[in-house]
Design a protein around this ligand. Structure first.
Ligand code: ADP
Ligand code: MG
Length: 342
């Protein structure tokens, strides 16, 4: 069996504590597990409210912050102990697209220079013509042309052009995985559709997988293969996107999905906004043991305060939910391992 492309094992990230480790801490991500297969390329959606740990996860995968505990494996190699060549390969093959691409660009450089830097850094071309061809191809993939943008400065482009350029820049490196943290939350509806469409094409035509991070479930519905719903740093539910969105099992996910605004007024999803009326950040409670969703849960039981619920298998296609409502179902292998270990 081939190694998965990316494997996250029991990843935990705790912020704060200070030098003496006595200050306040935030558990941004706890015992998080995720696998992205090597083939075929897929889009894995990470969805959750503000403060649920999505950006922390992206930053961990991109190596911008370090794990407190756990492991991230790329093609079977622990990213925490890779040699120079493996690290270089990882940096090239795992690329990022952020919400606000402006923050990434140096405003004093023309667009051309930003692309040249990447090409030189990763030795992508042997001469100027090859470099220019690569850049042109990458821009074409996102529906732009070199002559339109290369001589301009970042501030002279529209937000949508900057965002597409970010995708082109990532594409240039022939990545296997693009980590896209809320790539469409700051653009308008038509651009959103265009960028999501580019992601689908890159998946199908170029074999690029995505870790697609969003707080907006309706975009997940449009493109995701697998989805993970995060609640306060842990997976509440995961499975095939259609399966989860059409038949959610976790009370939190049920509340979320009932509150999705749908463009077509004939389609009613229900109107319960309870789950989204407060964000995770404000609700982050220090439940030392037990289910994090307890304070907001319409189905809570005494049992929920005793221990964090493991992921139970709740349906076809590895559909799993971390909720004691399903404690007569089998737990996932991962959860079973944790229970033995813990
Ligand atoms: P999301 O992207 O889902 O909004 P984040 O990963 O940004 O969530 O944040 C998860 C939690 O970690 C939040 O409570 C946030 O305040 C906290 N957090 C994120 N980054 C830091 C940091 N650098 N220092 C301290 N706390 C942080
Ligand atoms: Mg974020």
């Amino acid at each position: 069996m081939t190694q998965p492309l990316l494997q996250i094992k029991n990843a935990t990230k705790v912020y704060g504590g200070g030098f003496l480790k006595t200050g306040p801490t935030t558990v941004a991500l706890q015992d998080f597990n995720l696998t992205i297969d090597a083939k075929p390329a897929t889009i894995t959606t990470i969805a959750g409210e503000s403060g649920s740990g999505k950006t922390t996860l992206a930053n961990l995968v991109l190596g911008f912050v370090n794990l407190t505990s756990g492991q991230i494996l790329y093609k079977g190699n622990d990213t925490g102990s890779m040699d120079r060549n493996q690290t270089m390969e990882y940096r090239r093959e795992v690329q990022a697209v952020f919400q606000d691409p402006y923050a990434v660009y140096n405003p004093f450089y023309r667009v051309k220079h930003i692309f040249d830097l990447v090409i030189n850094n990763f030795k992508m071309a042997n001469n100027k013509k090859d470099a220019r061809d690569l850049i042109e191809k990458a821009l074409n993939v996102v529906g732009m042309r070199g002559e339109e943008v290369l001589e301009k400065y970042p501030h002279q482009l529209s937000g949508g052009q900057r965002q597409r350029m970010m995708v082109a820049r990532a594409y240039l490196l022939k990545p296997r995985l693009i980590v896209a943290d809320e790539p469409v939350s700051m653009v308008d509806a038509s651009l959103r559709a265009m960028i999501l469409d580019i992601m689908l094409r890159l998946r199908d035509e170029e074999g690029i997988s995505f870790l697609y991070i969003t707080h907006d479930l309706s975009t997940a519905y449009q493109i995701g293969d697998r989805i993970y719903l995060l609640y306060q740093g842990a997976t509440a539910e995961r499975g095939d996107t259609m399966q989860v969105i059409e038949n959610p099992k976790h009370p939190y996910v049920q509340l979320l999905i009932n509150s999705i605004p749908v463009p077509d007024p004939k389609v009613r999803w229900g109107g319960d906004m309870e789950a989204t009326s407060v964000d995770d950040e404000q609700m982050r409670v220090n439940i030392k043991s037990g289910c994090r969703f307890y304070p907001r849960c319409p189905a809570r039981m005494d049992k929920c305060l005793t221990a964090q619920p493991p992921l139970y298998v709740v349906g076809k296609g590895r559909h799993e939910a971390a909720c004691y409502l399903y404690d007569d179902h089998p737990v996932t292998e991962e959860s079973a391992r944790e229970q033995v270990a813990g």
